[in-house]
Design a protein around this ligand. Structure first.
Ligand code: ADP
Ligand code: MG
Length: 293
C-alpha cells in the first residue's frame, strides 16, 4: 500500500471530524463487512428528555431526581450527563455520592446524604422480583415504547422509576443505508436494554439482528462471534462499550468525550455527536484503498 494515499485519507477524514488512529485503522475499515452498533446513545439519543417519574407512595419526584442525579455525578454513562443537566435545570442541589460502585451497562449504587441509593436497569435493581402495585400503570403505558427506564431503590426498596425518551437518531436510517451501499452486508445491534425496546428499533431500522439484555461481557462475545465470520466494526459510546470496541476489527467511538475509556479503546473516533461520519469514514477508507492498491 502506498503510504501517501493513506495519509491523504487520514487527513480527509480529519476534515470530516473523524479521528483515525493511523493508517492501519483506515486499511482495516476498508475491509469491514459487518457493522455492530450499540443502542443507547449510539443508534438512539440516549435519554435526552425526561418523560415521567413514577413514585412509591410517600416519595417526592424532585427528591428522587435529586438523589438519582447526585449518584450519576459518579457515572460516565451517556444518560448520566443528561440526568445531571436536568436536575441542575430544576435548581436541585446535588450531593457528592460516596462509596460508589458502578456496574457498567447496568447502573450504580452508593451513599447519598447517608442513604443507600441504587439506580439502573430493572434486573440490577429488582432482580427477578415483581413490580409493586404502584408501578403497574407506568409499566403498561411504557411497554414497547421508545424509552429508557431507570429504576431507583432507597435502602433496598424500590422508590421510583424514571422514564426517559430514547428516540432513534435522525441520521440513523441514512447512515445505515450508506453503510449498506458501501458494502456492509450485515448490521447488528447490541443493547443492555430489554427485548421489547430492542425489537422496536430493530424493525424500524431493518437490522439483520438485535441482541437484548447484553452485559459488557456479552457485547464482547457477540463482537468476537461476528468477527469470526467477517471483518467487523463496532460502533459505541459510553465507557461500558470499551471492551467491545477493543475486540472488534475496528472500534469506532461516537461523540468522543475526551479521555474516556471508549475513545482510548477505539481505532476511530467520531468527534461530533452524530452518526453520519461513521458512513463517511467507511467511504473514505474504501476510496483511499482504491487509490493505494
Ligand atoms: P446500551 O447497551 O443500549 O447502550 P446501556 O447498557 O447503556 O444500554 O443501558 C441499559 C440499561 O441499563 C438502561 O436502560 C438503564 O436502565 C441501565 N443503566 C445503565 N447505566 C446506567 C446509569 N449510569 N444510570 C442509570 N441507569 C443505567
Ligand atoms: Mg450505550
Amino acid at each position: 500500500a502506498a503510504p501517501v494515499a493513506f495519509i491523504g485519507g487520514v487527513s480527509r477524514a480529519a476534515k470530516a471530524g473523524i479521528l483515525m488512529k493511523g493508517s492501519a485503522a483506515l486499511e482495516a475499515l476498508a475491509r469491514i463487512r459487518t457493522a455492530v452498533f450499540d443502542k443507547t446513545g449510539t443508534l438512539t439519543l440516549g435519554g435526552a428528555e425526561l418523560v415521567e417519574i413514577d413514585v412509591a407512595p410517600g416519595q417526592e419526584p424532585d427528591e428522587l431526581l435529586r438523589l438519582l442525579a447526585s449518584l450519576e455525578l459518579a457515572s460516565h454513562h451517556v444518560l448520566a450527563d443528561s440526568i445531571v443537566r436536568m436536575a441542575r435545570h430544576r435548581k436541585l442541589t446535588l450531593s457528592q455520592p460516596r462509596h460508589v460502585r458502578e456496574h457498567r451497562g447496568e447502573g450504580l449504587e452508593g451513599l447519598v446524604d447517608g442513604t443507600a441509593v441504587a439506580v439502573g436497569s430493572r434486573p440490577l435493581v429488582l432482580g427477578d422480583g415483581p413490580l409493586p402495585k404502584w408501578a403497574d400503570n407506568g409499566e403498561k403505558r411504557h411497554r414497547g415504547a421508545q424509552v429508557l427506564r431507570v429504576f431507583l431503590a432507597l435502602d433496598g426498596r424500590l422508590a421510583g422509576i424514571f422514564t426517559f425518551g430514547d428516540a432513534i437518531r435522525e441520521d440513523a436510517a441514512d447512515t445505515l443505508g450508506a453503510l449498506r451501499s458501501a458494502g456492509v452486508a450485515r448490521i447488528v445491534m447490541l443493547t443492555g436494554d430489554d427485548a421489547a425496546a430492542a425489537e422496536k428499533i430493530s424493525a424500524s431500522l431493518k437490522l439483520d439482528a438485535a441482541f437484548a439484555d447484553a452485559t459488557p461481557a456479552d457485547k464482547v462475545g457477540t463482537v468476537e462471534a461476528e468477527k469470526a465470520t467477517a471483518p467487523t466494526m463496532m460502533v459505541g459510546d459510553g465507557i461500558n462499550d470499551a471492551p467491545a470496541l477493543a475486540a472488534a476489527t475496528v472500534g469506532v467511538a461516537l461523540g468522543a468525550r475526551g479521555g474516556t475509556a471508549s475513545s482510548e479503546a477505539a481505532d476511530v473516533v467520531v468527534l461530533t455527536d452524530s452518526l453520519k461520519p461513521v458512513a463517511e469514514a467507511l467511504r473514505i477508507a474504501r476510496r483511499t484503498r482504491g487509490i493505494a492498491l
